[in-house]
Design a binder for this molecule. Structure first.
Ligand SMILES: *[C@@H]1O[C@H](CO)[C@@H](O)[C@H](O)[C@H]1NC(C)=O
Ligand SMILES: *[C@@H]1O[C@H](CO)[C@@H](O)[C@H](O)[C@H]1NC(C)=O
Ligand SMILES: *[C@@H]1O[C@H](CO)[C@@H](O)[C@H](O)[C@H]1NC(C)=O
Ligand SMILES: *[C@@H]1O[C@H](CO)[C@@H](O)[C@H](O)[C@H]1NC(C)=O
Ligand SMILES: *[C@@H]1O[C@H](CO)[C@@H](O)[C@H](O)[C@H]1NC(C)=O
Ligand SMILES: *[C@@H]1O[C@H](CO)[C@@H](O)[C@H](O)[C@H]1NC(C)=O
Ligand SMILES: *[C@@H]1O[C@H](CO)[C@@H](O)[C@H](O)[C@H]1NC(C)=O
Ligand SMILES: *[C@@H]1O[C@H](CO)[C@@H](O)[C@H](O)[C@H]1NC(C)=O
Ligand SMILES: *[C@@H]1O[C@H](CO)[C@@H](O)[C@H](O)[C@H]1NC(C)=O
Length: 793
């Protein structure tokens, strides 16, 4: 989808492509928690006005210059500010940015040519080998815009910020040339890939500083293929760049300086001379590579795990080389995912634009009283704020397209410790990016899970495998589900003392629901039943503690502990219903009956505790009259078609959300002005079409307008400037954006959004071939849900 530059200074003679939205940061190279480069759009910034940033916010050295008939133009970074003013060195004029689920393309004007920097981080969830590669592509293309050929040269460099080591540190750098393969380029150059490799001289295995790994290798690779001349150089930034702009060739000196970035920093540069042409391009690959990549506690002890790509491609240089030459194939795979995504979004919203709520009513007046922790609407004021009309499908597409790289970019794939034979399956490890760095956090996987259910449910199994091995192996003393498998990525060393973050009901419910969902989307009976005893143990915990949960955290732990959380209780109860279905699959009829009875019985009691006496909404906590919050945990009842939640409850909630919606969506609950984008879309999936549209469009509107300045942060204020909430760490680049696929996961089960009814006999999105479709269940009637209906219980 095309986005923006409405708000950037542009060349007067150029008309910009119509905008969908301009997010706070655009993904450049986003593959793993460590290969995570973005272009911030804060303060009207773009690729050519500043350096790219790491997800944590610090800069990364990555520069790009195009020379046109001897005049240099900078399209990436801002090294021009550090050099003397030269008549033959200028900036480029930004024209357009486009992104889809795979690519971010920036187009610039540079004298008589157009320059496009095309960043490609493949999202190919069904291809595990390619998904495990920690590298990303940049292809820079130049096209004559005056019909005449021009002499074109490319320059690009990187610095040691990618390995996070400042000038007080000693680093090792190498220039590695791979073997030539299929013939040569023109002139004296071959098609051998050439890589700058940087790494710490004194690595610390599995350690991070400022979120950047202290071990492994960073690589920046290109090939002279297709160039008339090729050169390289390492040396101090100013002299390398000034030398290039003056001479338009590098001196092929790999340099001797081994200090990190900062004071008199060295840079590592490549230059291509393409001759006089109408159109030409150059390709680079970039990324941070770790082997081993995870430390893992299992039955056999502690092991350092090898990255999965080693199984597929061999050593680091073989993998780099494979990736470099794989562009065409992986672009085709990526485009398959992309075109399926577009088709599915269009299919899902095929009913056309739902009715718009009164004036679109973003921005009702909302008062919040911190002394009583109550929020309420200002009576009689529903003025709203005029927002641009953007179709729901277009808004939703932009949200999921932006989320796809981010969710995959929070995971690494590893070879299990006891891998023998061909039947080995990978283990997947998630970094809880930006919130606390835990590894395989269950309540972070839970919001992200709709992406996996939509894109490839097998990945859920690969993430659960370490969680279940740890608990089944006796490494966790509590009977409820663990919160994660280690305090900080990539140390999956468990919590043998059981002192993980205390979210017992939350994560016991999450584990059962996701395990059952995995089964429903794959039909993998063997896996489900092999974990029956553990799941049953979690279910027993839910029987004991979910109906009236004691003071504890839910996944929204930044909001603090609270007793009797309505939304937490319903998760446990829906979890019991799922456990009854799991017992049926396992052939345990008695258990199935017991869990079903408990679920139904608890549900009836829950409704009596949960609904406000006004009959207009559920409560945030049983004991707080008039309180309210997003009841997003009913999504799994809907998704898995379990029919526990009464249809009228969906209707009631759907009407209530619309009544309390603010400029950037519905607050998470009545205590604060903030919300979570993942829960907004989960909740949207349980609502009428009109309310659904309100949620979807509010998230898109927020992305476009927010004052936040880091990669897609899922926690933000729904009022004011849509900024980060005060006194909570800024959430950024978290995998929970996988939750934005909640509508598409519903589509996979054959249902339209929550309350509009649907047909579970087949997926909305037919696939060719033998792909397994969600296991059909006895049909449960969908709630009718009338807009604006306020029901009284
Ligand atoms: C740089 O580009 C701007 C905008 O096109 C132009 O006005 C200016 O003359 C150029 N400067 C140089 C030194 O070429
Ligand atoms: C970006 O550019 C590539 C060519 O490098 C093209 O294949 C892709 O479709 C473009 N994507 C968008 C969103 O413009
Ligand atoms: C070499 O050429 C063959 C056949 O054209 C092709 O399949 C292969 O990908 C090429 N290898 C490289 C490294 O370009
Ligand atoms: C290619 O030839 C040019 C001109 O002779 C020379 O300057 C350059 O260093 C050569 N490049 C390589 C990679 O050998
Ligand atoms: C980095 O590269 C060096 C040299 O190839 C290698 O010995 C080392 O294992 C690599 N380290 C990692 C973590 O990939
Ligand atoms: C009603 O809300 C609008 C939009 O937020 C605001 O501009 C206006 O001042 C409010 N009116 C009153 C009477 O408070
Ligand atoms: C939680 O709800 C139960 C049932 O309504 C009630 O008995 C109990 O007092 C509540 N707990 C708190 C801390 O208010
Ligand atoms: C984003 O802002 C641009 C420019 O103001 C506008 O054209 C576009 O419709 C907006 N998109 C959304 C989703 O609000
Ligand atoms: C499935 O097959 C149909 C008919 O052959 C074709 O039009 C469609 O593009 C295919 N879809 C996918 C996702 O391959």
């Amino acid at each position: 989808m095309t986005a923006f530059f409405g708000r950037l200074a542009v060349g007067a003679t150029w008309t910009l492509t119509l905008a969908t939205l301009l997010p706070p940061a655009i993904p450049l190279a986003v593959r793993t928690p460590y290969t995570s480069a973005w272009s911030s759009t804060a303060s009207d910034g773009t690729l050519s006005s500043q350096n790219p940033i790491f997800w944590f916010g610090q800069g990364l050295g990555w520069q790009g210059i195009v020379v046109v008939d001897g005049n240099s133009f900078e399209y990436m970074g801002r090294s021009i500010n550090d050099l003397p003013e030269l008549s033959y060195f200028n900036t480029t004029i930004p024209l357009e940015v486009k992104f889809d689920s795979q690519f971010s393309n920036f187009t610039f004007l540079a004298g008589p040519v157009l320059v496009t920097a095309s960043f490609f981080s493949p999202v190919t969830p069904k291809d595990i080998c390619r998904s495990s590669i920690p590298l990303s592509y940049l292809t820079t293309t130049v096209q004559s815009s005056d019909g005449k050929p021009h002499h074109i040269q490319f320059y690009s460099d990187v610095n040691a910020q990618w390995i996070g080591l400042g000038s007080e540190y000693d680093i090792i750098k190498e220039l590695h040339t791979g073997p030539a393969s299929n013939g040569t380029g023109s002139g004296n150059v071959t098609d051998s890939p050439m890589s700058w490799i940087l790494r710490p001289r004194y690595p610390q295995l599995f350690a991070e500083a400022n979120q950047i790994p202290r071990w492994g290798n960073f690589s920046y690779t290109t090939s002279p293929k297709g160039a008339e001349g090729f050169s390289f150089q390492s040396g101090s930034a100013t002299s390398v760049r000034l030398g290039f702009v003056n001479n338009r060739v590098l001196n092929n000196d790999a340099g001797s300086v081994t200090r990190g970035f900062g004071n008199q920093e060295p840079v590592y540069a490549f230059a291509h001379d393409m001759g006089t042409v109408l159109e030409t391009s150059v390709r680079y690959t970039i990324g941070s590579i770790q082997s081993p990549n995870v430390r893992y506690l299992h039955k056999g002890g502690l092991s350092n795990l090898a990255p999965w790509w080693e199984r597929c491609y061999g050593g680091m240089h073989d993998m780099i080389r494979f990736h470099y030459y794989d562009f065409d194939t992986v672009a085709q795979l990526g485009n398959q995912f992309e075109s399926q995504l577009r088709t599915d979004v269009n299919t899902f919203f095929q009913g056309g634009e739902p009715p718009v709520y009164r004036n679109d009513q973003y921005g009702q007046q909302y008062e919040f009283d911190p002394s009583s922790a109550y929020g309420y609407l200002q009576p009689g004021n529903a003025t709203g704020i005029a927002v641009p009309f953007v179709s729901e499908a277009e808004s939703y597409y932009a949200i999921v397209a932006l989320s796809a790289r981010q969710v995959m970019g929070a995971y690494v794939f590893a070879v299990p410790p006891d891998a023998t034979g061909d039947a080995v399956e990978p283990l997947m490890f998630q970094k809880e990016i930006s919130s606390n760095g835990n590894i395989n956090t269950v309540d972070v996987l839970y919001p992200a899970s709709p992406f996996f259910l939509y894109a490839n449910p097998a990945l859920l199994k690969y993430i659960f495998q370490p969680l279940y091995e740890l608990q089944e192996g006796g490494f966790y003393p509590n009977t409820y589900s663990t919160h994660d498998i280690g305090t900080h990525f990539p140390l999956a060393t468990g919590h043998v003392e059981g002192a993980d973050e205390y979210m017992p009901v939350e994560n016991s419910g999450n584990s059962i629901l996701m395990s059952y969902a995995y089964y429903k989307f794959t039909g993998d009976t063997a896996w489900l039943t092999s974990h029956y005893e553990l799941l049953k143990q979690f279910a027993q915990y839910l029987i004991d503690y979910s109906l009236v949960p004691s003071a504890q955290l839910s996944t929204d732990d930044f909001a603090g502990e609270l007793a009797n959380q309505t939304n937490l209780a319903i998760k446990g109860i829906v979890g019991l219903q799922a456990m009854s279905a799991i017992a049926r699959v396992a052939g345990e009829a008695d258990d199935a009956a017991l869990f079903a009875t408990k679920a139904t019985d608890y549900y009836d009691q829950w409704e009596r505790y949960a609904i406000d006496p006004s009959g207009r909404h559920t409560l945030l906590a049983y004991q707080w009259r008039s309180s309210w919050g997003l009841l997003y945990n009913v999504y799994f009842d809907k998704l898995l078609n379990m029919g526990l939640v009464r249809p009228a409850l969906y209707d009631m909630q759907s009407s209530w959300y619309a009544a309390v919606s603010q400029t950037f969506g519905v607050p998470l609950d009545n205590r604060h002005h903030y919300t979570k984008s993942d829960w907004e879309i989960w909740t949207a999936a349980t609502c009428s079409r009109t309310t659904r549209r309100l949620f979807v469009n509010a998230v898109a509107y927020w992305l476009n307008e927010t004052a936040t300045n880091l990669p897609f942060g899922d926690l933000y204020e729904v009022v004011g400037a849509g900024d980060y909430p005060l006194s909570i760490d800024h959430f950024s680049a978290r995998p929970v954006v996988g939750g934005h696929f909640a509508l598409l996961a519903l589509g996979r089960t054959g249902q339209l959004a929550g309350a509009t009814g649907g047909d579970t006999t087949g997926s909305l999105f037919p696939r060719n071939g033998t792909e397994h479709l969600p296991v059909p269940e006895a049909r449960v009637t969908d709630p009718p849900c009338f807009d604006n209906a306020i029901l009284h219980f």
